[in-house]
Design a protein around this ligand. Structure first.
Ligand code: G4F
Length: 330
């Protein structure tokens, strides 16, 4: 019988790649949609006929229990929540509610549906993946960062993700759940939201090339990140739920690049010079910045056999070319 997976956040970049990957593997895939009458499903438009959907809200526990009961999944991938860091200072409470408490509510829904309590041995029959983030490392204690590097989150987003990470581990230890966190470093693609810095840059480079705009306003050009390809990272999520023993993994490329390098590569991909167009805008500097992030993904290499397939240069070039193609086609 086909395995069943339930994905929260299925309409996002990662949700769409993960749904594709699981369908390719023969899974029956369910997506959680919110209550909107018209959810933004453009990233999964090509998949909708093969997917099943159920509705739930992250601040409504009963709706989460009902979603889990309806889908009866073998695996739950919790990808929902706020992912755009800069606005979380304006919405700190909402961010905590969804990215922090929301994780607890999904774990509770699993516990209720599987009938697990403190005395229960074993994992029940649902495996749980939590989308943790390298933002938890924040003001980094060491470089590169691995699974036991201490956390020092620098944004309400990072703080809420840290709660989600610890409560996932706690439910694993308390109830014997198969519950794991993937500590994913930045991962991008042509489906990336246009506010994130890589896509903001590649889209602007394409628009400037076509004469639609002349300037690109950016914040901290010196910030460095470990950027990989989202299509590779969702494969790691799936692998994490297939292991004999549940444990957490860092997923990244192990290389670090600056925002400035991203701009150089993206503009070069469309035959422009970034220095002619980029303007540093102090309004885009964050109240507390994460200056550098770089993964040590040795555990994922060794235990999962996972490796990234796209280099940073290939990723940014692919995104810039995709944006140019899309805009040229209208
Ligand atoms: O692309 P970003 O907005 O991503 P950020 O903040 O690193 O967060 C992303 O990665 C996390 C994993 O580490 C995820 F958990 C999170 O959900 C998200 O996917 O910014 C990257 C860097 C920052 O240092 C920022 O200050 O780029 C710098 N930056 C410089 N100018 C800018 C801009 N970021 C944005 N969004 N827009 C700018 O104009």
């Amino acid at each position: 019988m086909a395995k069943r997976a339930l994905i929260t956040g299925i309409t996002g970049q990662d949700g769409s790649y993960l749904a594709e990957h699981l369908l390719d593997l023969g899974y029956q895939v369910w997506g959680v949609l919110r209550r909107d009458s018209d959810p933004a499903t453009s990233r999964i438009a090509h998949l909708v006929d093969d997917l099943s959907f159920t509705r739930a809200e992250f601040d409504d526990s009963a709706s989460l229990v009902a979603a889990v009961e309806r889908a009866r999944p073998d695996e739950i991938y919790n990808l929902a929540g706020t992912s755009y860091v800069p606005t979380t200072w304006q919405h700190a409470e909402l961010t905590t509610e969804v990215n922090g408490m929301g994780v607890l509510r999904v774990l509770e829904a699993i516990r209720v549906v599987c009938g697990l309590d403190e005395s229960a041995a074993g994992s029940g029959d649902i495996r749980f993946y939590q989308a943790s983030s390298s933002e938890m490392f924040g003001k980094v204690a060491e470089t590169p960062q691995h699974e036991t590097t201490i956390f020092h989150p620098r944004s309400p987003y990072g703080v809420a993700k840290t709660y989600g990470h610890y409560i996932t581990r706690n439910y694993r230890e308390s109830f014997g759940m198969y519950a794991v966190s993937g500590i994913l470093f930045n991962h991008e693609s042509p489906r990336r939201g246009t506010g994130f810095v890589t896509r903001k840059i590649t889209l602007a480079a394409a628009n400037i090339k076509l004469g639609h705009q002349d300037e690109l306003h950016l914040g901290n050009l010196d910030a460095q990140r470990d950027w990989g390809y989202a299509g590779d990272y969702v494969k790691a999520m799936h692998l994490m739920l297939q292991q004999p023993i549940p444990t957490d993994y860092v997923i990244g490329t192990g290389t670090m690049h600056s925002v400035q390098e991203t701009a150089r590569i993206a503009f070069e991909a469309v035959d422009l010079d970034w220095r002619d167009h980029v303007v540093v805008d102090p309004d885009l500097i964050r109240p507390a910045e994460v200056e550098t992030l770089c993964a040590n993904p040795t555990k994922a290499h060794t235990e999962l056999g996972w490796k990234p397939t796209l280099s940073f240069e290939e990723l940014i070039q692919t995104m810039a070319e995709s944006d140019l193609r899309r805009l040229t086609a209208g």
